[in-house]
Design a protein around this ligand. Structure first.
Ligand code: ATP
Ligand code: MG
Length: 326
């Protein structure tokens, strides 16, 4: 700024000297003084601007503003007020997001420790009882060992689910997509669950699949999805049965798993996909369910660009469905 002023005054001086000769020479020191004054003013203004900005940035740093509208810049800095306000809003959003992440992370760690504690304490309890003499009691020793072994399996399942979840959430899940014949694929998976269903006297039916229907997905991962959905259906159904329906649509195959089980109350329908969420915690814990199954299902289907839908009526049954590309 002062350079412009100096340049202009130089031009004026040259003009005056040019027209009126050396009679105006006395003006030279005046112009020099004027320029020095301009320089000081500019430096002082710059200093004032920097100090004001420093003060505002310090206030932002110390969280002194309740919201972005409280940031007000003096008129000589007004031009960047909106930029500073939006920067402030962006910082606040990022901080809120980080806080949320931190909360989720610590909740997850808390849940994991809690879930691990149950089987470990139970196994420890059986082993200590056996060591304290029960090992020689023919009536209970085998039973205690079997229970300890069952809880070891639960622990193993929980760890496998945790590994799956952390692989998926850290973006390390590798998918290997291919086309597969729907009829063959679904019937071989459903057949694996017939013994489990028969144990509870439940019907397990796969409805007729269009013979040439080819679907696209990661076969292993989709098997994990179906395993959890069919296992849940068997687990939460006491009478009737489970039917699996594959419908051919224009661009997709729609897979539906219907059961005639206990159903899920409407207020829980959104929550069942949360990690560790179980409607009946006590019952699930006893059975060794981690409550991670549907969270994994959701992640896998997300990675396939599709989503899971659920409909349920208490004491009537539940229906889960998703689509795969043809
Ligand atoms: N078909 C169903 N009928 C009734 N309730 C269900 C059904 N499927 C899931 N749920 C409810 O949703 C909860 C979460 O299911 P999810 O598969 O995530 O966990 P889980 O089956 O309890 O344990 P995991 O699958 O990890 O062994 C279950 O605990 C159950 O309360
Ligand atoms: Mg499950």
């Amino acid at each position: 700024m002062w350079r412009v002023a100096a340049f202009l005054s130089f031009l004026i001086l040259a003009y005056l000297l040019g027209f009126h000769g050396s009679g105006f020479l006395y003006l030279i020191p005046l112009f020099i003084l004027f320029n020095i004054a301009m320089l000081f003013i500019t430096v002082w203004e710059k200093h004032k601007r920097t100090e004001t900005l420093k003060e505002i940035f310090n206030k932002i740093k110390n969280n002194d503003y309740a919201n972005s509208q409280e940031i007000e810049l003096p008129s000589y800095l007004g031009g960047i007020q909106n930029e500073i306000r939006s920067m402030y809003e962006k910082i606040q959003d990022d901080m809120d997001y980080m806080k949320k992440l931190e909360k989720v992370r610590s909740e997850f760690l808390g849940n994991v420790s809690h879930e691990l504690r149950t089987p470990i304490f139970t196994i420890q309890g059986y082993i200590e009882t056996l060591l304290n003499g029960a090992i020689d009691d023919q009536k209970v020793n085998k039973q205690f060992l079997e229970k300890a072994s069952r809880h070891t399996n639960n622990l193993n399942n929980l760890l496998n689910d945790l590994i799956d979840i952390s692989m998926i959430e850290s973006g390390q899940m590798r998918l290997s997509f291919s086309y597969f014949n729907a009829e063959k694929y679904f019937s071989s998976i459903v057949n694996e669950f017939i013994p489990q269903a028969e144990k509870k006297s439940l019907r397990l039916i796969l409805h007729q699949v269009a013979p040439n229907l080819q679907l696209f997905g990661d076969k292993e991962k989709i098997k994990q999805v179906l395993t959890n959905l069919i296992q849940n259906a068997i687990r939460y159904t006491e009478t009737g049965g489970i039917e699996i329906i594959i419908e051919e649509e224009e661009k997709f195959g729609k897979i539906t798993i219907n059961d005639s089980g206990i159903g899920i109350a409407p207020e829980y329908l959104d929550r069942i996909f949360e990690r560790f969420f179980r409607v009946n915690k006590a019952r699930s814990k006893e059975a060794g369910d981690s409550g991670l199954g549907l969270a994994i299902v959701k992640h896998i289907l997300d990675a396939h660009g599709t989503k899971i839908e659920v409909q349920s009526k208490l004491n009537e049954g539940t229906s889960f469905s998703f689509r795969l590309k043809k």
